[in-house]
Design a protein around this ligand. Sequence first.
Ligand code: ZN
Length: 210
Amino acid sequence: MANTSQNIPYAINVETGRRIKPEEGSNNARKGLYECFNPECRNHVFVSISKNGRAFFKHYPNKNDVIDYKNAHSKSQDTHTRAIELLSHFFKNGLERKSPMPLLLFETPDGVQKILPFLPKCIIKKEFTIEAINKRIDLAIVDENNNPILLIEVNHKHPVPLEKEIALKQFWWIEVNAKDVINDPSNLVVRKHRNFPYEFDLLGAQDILF
Ligand SMILES: [Zn+2]
């Protein structure tokens, strides 16, 4: 598994405010141009090139950082909570148009299909309770009237139980793995989903679902 404290998939370019991949950055950039993508860290990072020529972001070995990056990336907060925090942050930024919306990745028989969720005027709610069925959802994307649009369950050792699946049957929902989210919150590998068009699984014909 990737070491998230030393192999950082994204950085924020502080001049443009954009989230970038290592291959979009320069390894001659001035210190301070790139910040760690992790909202709890935000320390400066730089582009490093591995022996086989792959670019990645790294933290500076600097003990004067505002926040100790090892702490920010550590397991002190539990994996499930960290994944929900990251998801919430990435969807919020997407909805506020500060960065692209996270993509949903469906592994279909025809290969991986990437879906861009298009969710105008939506709001992100953590630990959202749907009163009608008395269920709490890890992360809900709701409309202005609190109607669920897309529900996200984060699996860390506990997949969605069957009884909850049944309760959620009228909603669009996906399940993602906490570790996948922590590795890359902008490319969400969908492990389970319900109410998405059946044809989608087989053909992957649609690019935009909502
Ligand atoms: Zn960091």
